[in-house]
Design a protein around this ligand. Structure first.
Ligand code: O7M
Length: 221
């Protein structure tokens, strides 16, 4: 995945036409589009190939099963045309390895969730996050998912993994995180959903966040 705008669109709408319209509107401001259960359950796996016309597609299924089931899920996801899959790390190294094995067959990427952005993410997952980050790094994942709502945690996780893995960070806007803060804390990409797709003009909203990130990277904030 190429790093240009440092932004990923979380396209959690449930209508095919709306999804395609928003993708067409904002593609120039995002490096990838993340699709997950809401859109895929509503419209079918075929939406991945349709959206892939606009940007690389990250399939957010937060895969969290035994190795054999993970293997079967990842195979379907990559066969459907996704460029990367998001998996949970708490299921352990063997489950993660199964995803990495399939990803490597397709020459695609795996992101591992280390800690989640909502308040409940601090309950059970946060205490395990640093161990999950280390495991993902040792296993050779492409990147981690870390919370934009807690930039200090992004900074900590970046410290643990060094530059070996990328970090994608959800929780900007609707959940309270600020894009420039998260990029400053060491994230490679922010993930933004509602602040873009619910905006009166998704294009303007995406442009504004892209400009905020650009200013941060130029050291102007
Ligand atoms: O910007 P939002 O809040 O509308 O959307 C954020 C998106 O990121 C949405 O698709 C969530 O499911 C996802 N997300 C989180 O918000 N928090 C997390 O900790 C993890 C994810 C995610 O993408 O996991 C892979």
């Amino acid at each position: 995945m190429e790093k240009n705008t440092c932004m990923i669109l979380a396209l959690d709408v449930t209508d095919r036409e709306e999804a395609l319209r928003i993708a067409e509107d904002v593609w120039e401001f995002v490096d990838a589009i993340k699709v997950g259960y809401p859109l895929i359950l509503a419209t079918g796996l075929g939406i991945i190939r349709e959206l892939a016309e606009f940007a690389p597609i990250i399939a957010d299924f937060k895969v969290a099963d035994i190795p054999n089931t993970n293997r079967l899920i990842c195979d379907q996801v990559f066969e459907a045309g996704a460029d990367a899959v998001i998996v949970q790390g708490f299921t352990g190294r063997d489950s993660l390895d199964a995803c990495l094995e399939i990803a490597s067959e397709y020459r695609k990427d795996v992101f591992v969730v280390s800690e989640m952005s909502h308040p409940g993410g601090a309950e059970f997952l946060q205490p395990a996050a640093e161990a999950i980050a280390k495991m993902a790094s040792e296993a050779g994942a492409f990147g981690l998912v870390a919370p934009a709502t807690r930039p200090e945690r992004v900074r900590k996780i970046r410290k643990i993994i060094g530059d070996k893995l990328t970090i994608i960070s959800p929780g900007v806007g609707a959940q309270g995180g600020k894009a420039s803060d998260v990029i400053a804390a060491g994230a490679d990409w922010v993930i933004v959903g509602r602040s873009i797709y619910r905006a009166e003009s998704p294009k303007e909203a995406a442009r504004q966040i892209a400009e905020e990130i650009e200013a941060e990277l130029r050291g102007e904030n």
